[in-house]
Design a protein around this ligand. Structure first.
Ligand code: XIL
Length: 345
């Protein structure tokens, strides 16, 4: 009895010393994600890494930061000869200070481009500018940014090539050229191709996306993974079987899958049924992410209903994020938190 009491005391003292010295991290969502080998990321605005309240929220919940707009062409280089580095520099420094991963988003897209990009006329000029953009940004952050969306939304909704400035001026090999330039600049960075409505095997765009990526692999283009954006609506449940089958065919190509821009919008007004459907989708995606070895990341596209792109882009919808307008955790957040705790056990 006496001996037992002594042992208990010793264990308690050791536990106190260890926890005071910070060796055992407290169990936050982030540390649980770390334990499970999951990148749990969040897209943020430039100001988020300057505001103490949002900084605290990010540090305790997420292990990766994605610039929601900061690295987009029109923001980081609004004029051909003017680079707006400070916000991106701040974000990269923030992630380093707090031992988080940084993801770059995105080089080649059809939106948020400056006028001088949209005015490109010929192939050589476009290749030169595109390559300069990639090598300049990746060169500056070499070894500091873990992964990049090299290109975004390159297919139209029917699965044909999207008619973008890059496709028009360079042609379909613009992706191969861009990925090769990226690999040459920072050989350690993971290079991703990102799109939406590409997660369900059997749907025309998803199948076209797969064929596009398979072709790139066949040609030896250096691509490491694909992003399924997952801007979803609580109106439609996840077709789990088809999503898993899709993940597997990319895994067979040797590619990882990122759930890269998750938000689950709810038709307003929010009812208990609609919220339950939303939670069902968030947790189903998490279950898939945790059980499919090739899914490495679960990235939230924003964290609070106070800001965010949903109301503006999907009229009549909202409440898509994990924190409410007062930045208080919502039931979806608590469900994900519990789910991670259960998986860690
Ligand atoms: C959105 C941002 O969230 C908004 O702030 C911005 O006004 C428009 O772009 N797919 C993408 C993201 O790849 O970059 C988009 O982000 C959302 C859709």
């Amino acid at each position: 009895m006496k001996q037992n009491a002594g042992r208990t005391l010793t264990v308690l003292v050791i536990a106190m010393i260890v926890s005071l010295s910070g060796c055992i991290p407290t169990k936050t969502v982030r540390t649980n994600a770390d334990r499970l080998g999951l990148t749990f990321g969040v897209a943020v605005q430039a100001a988020d890494v300057l505001d103490p309240k949002s900084m605290k929220l990010m540090i305790s919940n997420f292990n990766e930061i994605v610039p929601e707009n900061t690295m987009k062409w029109g923001v980081i280089r609004p004029l051909k000869d003017f680079w707006n580095w400070s916000d991106m520099d701040n974000m990269v420094a923030f992630t380093e200070k707090h031992h988080m991963r940084m993801k770059g988003h995105t080089f080649l897209w059809h939106n948020q481009n400056p006028m001088y990009v949209n005015a490109l006329k010929n192939r050589d000029e476009a290749i030169a500018l595109m390559t300069e953009q990639i090598t300049t940004v990746m060169g500056r952050y070499k070894g500091r940014i873990y992964e990049y969306d090299i290109a975004n939304e390159v297919l139209a909704d029917d699965g044909s090539w999207r008619d973008t400035i890059w496709y028009r001026t360079i042609g379909p090999d613009y992706l191969d050229i861009a990925f090769r330039a990226a690999r040459a600049t920072d050989p350690d960075a993971k290079l991703l191709l990102n799109d939406y409505s590409n997660e369900v095997k059997g749907q025309p765009k998803a199948d076209a996306f797969y064929e596009l990526v398979r072709g790139m692999k066949e040609r030896g283009v250096p691509i490491d993974g694909v992003g399924f954006q997952m801007h979803l609506s609580a109106d439609y449940p996840v077709d789990e079987e088809a999503v898993r089958a899709n993940i597997c065919r990319f895994a067979d190509l040797g590619l990882t899958v990122t759930f890269s821009e998750i938000d689950v919008r709810v038709k307003l007004p929010v009812t208990p049924e609609r919220e339950a459907a939303q939670i069902g989708i968030y947790t189903k995606l998490m279950e898939i992410a945790l059980s499919e070895p090739s899914v490495k990341s679960y990235v939230m596209w924003g964290y609070t209903d106070l800001r965010g792109w949903i109301p503006q882009f999907f009229s009549g919808y909202g409440s898509a994020h994990l924190f409410d307008r007062q930045i208080k955790p919502k039931p979806a957040y608590l469900s994900l938190k519990k789910q991670l705790e259960d998986w860690v056990k």
